[in-house]
Design a protein around this ligand. Structure first.
Ligand SMILES: Nc1ncnc2c1ncn2[C@@H]1O[C@H](COP(=O)(O)OP(=O)(O)O)[C@@H](O)[C@H]1O
Ligand SMILES: [Mg+2]
Length: 350
């Protein structure tokens, strides 16, 4: 960690992360736990841990949020900050290039504040090491100078809470993941929960949606609040332009068909992935790299976004030899099932 970072400099390094997409999501983002739907167990536990920390005037323990994109990790981080009445600083691992980027933030966090790192699995090893020392000992070691004259400066840090979010828990090193005192796995939402989210969002966006329309949309939203909100906005466009502005089941059906989303909530690309495995690889197994080239999708997107839902819905299996589709995928696409169940079982064994 030899760099031109000067810890005595007090100007905060402003590394904030917000994509345009997320910015637009802000008005729909719940601010407090009571507005956060679903994830019942996680929410209950968090509310206890937050209350306990607040009553003791302590920082909340470091918190690790794991789950596919769009399920509410960033939202929960800002809710935790609101509930703790704490300052929140947000960044994402790819924005932290050098040790001094991380050191600059760490030496400027305030007592009991929240520091959120998105996509924490993408943190560089040198930064990861600095981070887990900071998490455990609330200090960083900084090397000043080079060669024989180099010396290490120990910089104490205030007690803070790190919230790390990832879509890939397996890619986070053990020393780092072990230093989180609280771990929350976010699961896909069921249709009832998504319906509540849709009705709440419709209220905020002041758009008119029927109860049946909201139910149908909820079932086609891939278990994901971000998708539910995005589809709601598009359906509002269809309703405004083509009808009287009211989103009813006809508009939902019409809009979803135009957007190539089927009644199972699968998108065109979901079906293309399943079809490719069946038509090119005889149902699998096929490796993720090969598959990603075949369907023209980055491996990361394939693994983090598409596959988890297809697996959860029982269309796809991850086996040590590669990805395999299930019989359900053949049925979905109307292709006669040619593999044998024994074949599929073998895939799981090796
Ligand atoms: N439990 C929830 N209740 C209501 N809305 C939610 C919930 N989880 C997520 N959302 C909505 O979905 C959007 C995406 O959530 P976000 O926290 O950005 O997901 P992630 O960080 O996991 O990718 C948010 O802007 C918010 O409007
Ligand atoms: Mg996020």
């Amino acid at each position: 960690m030899n760099d031109d970072f000067d810890p005595s400099e007090t100007s905060p390094v402003a590394v904030t992360f917000q994509s345009g997409d997320e910015k637009n999501e802000n008005i729909l983002r719940p601010q407090y736990l009571e507005d956060f739907q679903g994830q019942k167990q996680l929410k209950e536990n968090l509310s206890v841990f937050i209350k306990a920390a607040r009553d003791r005037h302590e920082a909340l323990d470091h918190t690790f949020l794991i789950g596919p994109p769009g399920l509410g990790k960033t939202t929960l981080a800002s809710i935790i900050a609101n509930e703790m009445h704490s300052e929140l600083r947000m960044t994402s691992a790819p924005a932290l290039e050098k040790p001094k980027d991380l050191a600059g933030i760490l030496t400027n966090v305030t007592e009991n504040s929240i520091f959120f790192i998105d996509e924490i699995h993408r943190l560089k090893p040198a930064l990861e090491e600095m981070l887990y020392i900071a998490m455990e000992d609330f200090e960083i070691d900084w090397v000043i100078g080079q060669g024989p004259s180099a010396r290490t400066m120990r910089i104490p840090l205030p007690r803070f809470t790190l919230i790390g979010a990832t879509t890939k828990a397996g890619a986070v090193s053990t020393p780092l993941s072990e230093r989180f005192g609280i771990t929350g796995h976010l699961e896909y939402y069921d249709a009832d929960e998504l319906k509540k989210i849709i009705l709440r969002s419709a209220g905020i966006l002041e758009c008119d949606i029927t109860d049946d329309g909201a139910s149908l949309l909820a079932r086609c939203s891939r278990g994901t609040p971000r998708i539910a909100n995005r589809l709601l906005k598009r359906l509002r466009d269809f309703a405004d332009v083509l009808k009287d502005g009211k989103i009813d089941t006809d508009i939902v059906k019409f809009g979803l068909e135009k957007l190539a989303i089927d009644s199972n909530g699968l998108e065109k690309q979901d079906r293309a992935i399943l079809r490719t495995i069946i038509e090119y690889y005889n149902g699998g197994p096929v490796g993720a790299d090969t598959l990603s080239i075949s369907v023209g999708e980055a491996v990361e997107t394939l693994e983090d976004f598409y596959e988890p839902y297809l697996i959860q819905q029982g269309y796809l299996m991850r086996t040590p030899r590669g990805r395999m589709v299930t019989r359900k995928a053949y049925d979905l696409l109307g292709i006669t099932y040619t593999g044998s169940e024994a074949n599929a079982d073998q895939g799981l064994l090796f």
